[in-house]
Design a protein around this ligand. Structure first.
Ligand SMILES: Nc1ncnc2c1ncn2[C@@H]1O[C@H](COP(=O)(O)OP(=O)(O)OP(=O)(O)O)[C@@H](O)[C@H]1O
Ligand SMILES: N[C@@H](CCO)C(=O)O
Length: 351
């Protein structure tokens, strides 16, 4: 193969949208972009990938290809296809607009970029559904990764697997993505666990073109793992039905033109994750209860974005008033924010 260069562009995502915990995701107009230069094979000694990084997270992300999340996922995909290492002399420049640990799907985007990178480098030509299986072996809830891969407003579920497939899909992350020493020589250890076929299934819902998302982004990180630890293992029937009723309405309501604020505001309420996360996000209940379609014309609904701490307000107009009033409320709790108006975009692209 001759020298080639390609780019991989993956959108940010907001998961849950209120009641759809671990079920729905929305792809948004911030991107993780990889520009990859792959030299033609040569007789020169093996050279490991050189990773450069700009934008969000540039000061904290590992630049060792055997430690970085995206390249580790790419290597996982390659190793599952009997390709034991990266091609020699790769140059990968990552430019990232998605802030880390804010509930905008940075890790989901990094994982999807990794499966797309592995697919390209190995010339594997895997279909989208199979790429999703690999992503789900790493990020085990489907909402962010599915929306990042296919784009739009997406609902997904994990198929019930038989006993053997359940076992294959439940191996610890450390076995899926072992950390190799950079100079690992010939000993690559055990074969990686190959995902069962068809783990995740999804459908794209309609989305009204008039709706934009105001991302109100606190200036602190909250890891998804920490924000999941505070959730209970069991829920009352009342709370479950509360969420199911709203989610059923929401998936169609956001596709209608014009969107109905009265219907959507209530349909974006949640009793499964947000109430438990408020202790981690000072100001969350105050912002979501003070900003309503009555106080802020144009607002449709407001919720925690993913595992937080970002708050997502869906609106047709009045964006600045929503964001600045949220800023003022957060300020009273000592939290500074940045905000952005985002649009709903298509899925990942390799070109
Ligand atoms: N582009 C990237 N390259 C390498 N690692 C990344 C990248 N983006 C995110 N990560 C890793 O993922 C971590 C953040 O993941 P986490 O799941 O906690 O939050 P999030 O994905 O931003 O939010 P959420 O899942 O709630 O939408 C970062 O601290 C970093 O370790
Ligand atoms: N559904 C997940 C999204 C975060 O990745 C959560 O809320 O924990």
């Amino acid at each position: 193969m001759a020298f080639r260069t390609f780019t991989i562009k993956v959108p940010a995502t907001s998961a849950n949208i209120g009641p759809g915990f671990d079920v729905v995701g929305l792809s948004l107009s911030l991107h993780l972009t990889l520009t990859v230069v792959q030299p033609a094979p040569s007789d020169r000694p093996y050279a490991p990938p050189v990773l450069k990084y700009s934008g969000e997270g540039a000061t904290e992300v590992p630049l060792d290809a055997y430690k970085n999340l995206t390249t580790r996922v790419a290597l996982y995909l390659l190793r599952c296809h009997d390709i034991r290492s990266f091609p020699s002399g790769l140059d990968i420049h990552v430019d990232n607009q998605i802030p880390f640990g804010r509930g905008l799907g940075s890790s989901g985007a990094a994982v999807i970029a990794g499966v797309l990178l592995g697919n390209e480098l190995g010339g594997l030509k895997l279909p989208r559904e199979r790429l999703l299986d690999f992503a789900l072996m790493v990020e085990r809830h489907p909402d962010n990764v599915t929306a990042a891969l296919v784009g739009g407003f997406v609902g997904s579920y994990l198929r019930e697997l038989d006993a053997a497939a359940t076992e294959a899909a439940s191996v610890p992350l450390s076995e899926v993505l072992p950390e190799f020493p950079p100079d690992a020589g010939e000993d690559w250890g055990l074969n990686p666990p190959v995902p069962p076929l068809g783990i995740g299934h999804y459908i794209r819902f309609g989305w009204s073109e008039s709706i934009k998302a105001v991302a109100i982004i606190p200036r602190f990180e909250l890891s998804t793992a920490k924000a999941r630890e505070v959730l209970p293992l069991q829920y009352s029937r009342k709370d479950l039905v509360f969420n199911l009723q709203r989610l059923a309405v929401l998936t169609t309501a956001l596709g209608q033109s014009p969107p109905d604020p009265e219907l959507i505001y209530e349909a974006m309420k949640d009793r499964v994750h947000q109430p438990y996360r408020k202790a981690l996000i000072p100001g969350l209940p105050e912002v979501t209860s003070a900003i309503t379609p009555t106080t802020h014309p144009g607002l449709l609904g407001i919720c925690l974005s993913g595992a937080g701490p970002t708050i997502l307000a869906l609106a047709t107009h009045g964006f600045e008033a929503i964001a600045e009033d949220a800023r003022a409320i957060f300020k009273t709790t000592g939290v500074e924010i940045d905000w952005k108006i985002l649009t709903v975009v298509g899925g990942s692209v390799v070109e």
